[in-house]
Ligand binder design. Sequence first.
Ligand code: SF4
Length: 302
Amino acid sequence: ASYRTEVWSDWCPGCGDFGILAAMQKAFAELNLDPAQTVVVSGIGCSSKTPHFINVNGVHTIHGRGIAFATGIKLANPQLKVIVNGGDGDLLGIGVAHFVALGRRNLDVTVLIHNNKVYGLTKGQASPTLRRGEKVKSLPVPNLQDAVNPIALAIASGYTFVARAYSLWVDHLKEILKAAINHKGSAVIDVLQPCVTYNDIYTAEFYKDRLYKLEDDPSWDPIVRDPSEDEEKKAAAIKKAEEWGTRIPVGVFYVNPLKDTYEERLAQRNPSYSIDNPPALQPISREDGSPIVGPDEFRKIF
Ligand code: SF4
């Protein structure tokens, strides 16, 4: 399948979004994802235009609500591969409640944070990942608020696959994305990306000599292989995620493949919710179009 569309992109030349789009198209091709069984969901922002440029099912929703839509889509049909694209403002500002809720559920959805530390679409205001004291070119004064650390927040929320990548290292991001999509549970990749128009601090030049890959250290092992290791692996990942300065790590920080997913828990609670025969594929009444599984059955699930 070709995962490209003919839609013209109005991203600024040099924007990190292009690298993320290319990594997605390559990952989808290598995983041979069926476009009819794959859904890309986004909120609002430069990055949230991604569904227009990738040839699978796509929903461009409202600000901060990409994860909420993705949750409904995945619950209605858990057989779909569901991927969310959003900016750091969209996902960690406006949509942060949904971001936390997805981790708590461990629903099998993959989230890509396009992290450029500004609200690019609305002309460069400080987003939740811009650090205190930093002044990107649209700000009249330095930022007064502390930054949220997406890796630490994801681990604290319950995500079971947590990684960071860089938009200009397309093949590295592609490999992490393939692993995230194949992971059973909530996965997030914090993708550092230059906003060439509004962020004059976090440029390609800034990242060039600072980034290093976690996997180059043979002693780094982010995978939980026994529940007794979980606490220690989480603590090590959060400590590593605090490293930010002359050296910035990218790669996989934490993976826990042992935890059950939300859709598995739902199926256990109520036999009318089946992953093999999910609500979206169940028959509806020929008389009035209502679902065969009635509201009383659904009430039991929640
Ligand atoms: Fe990319 Fe920034 Fe341009 Fe938006 S404003 S398209 S984030 S470079």
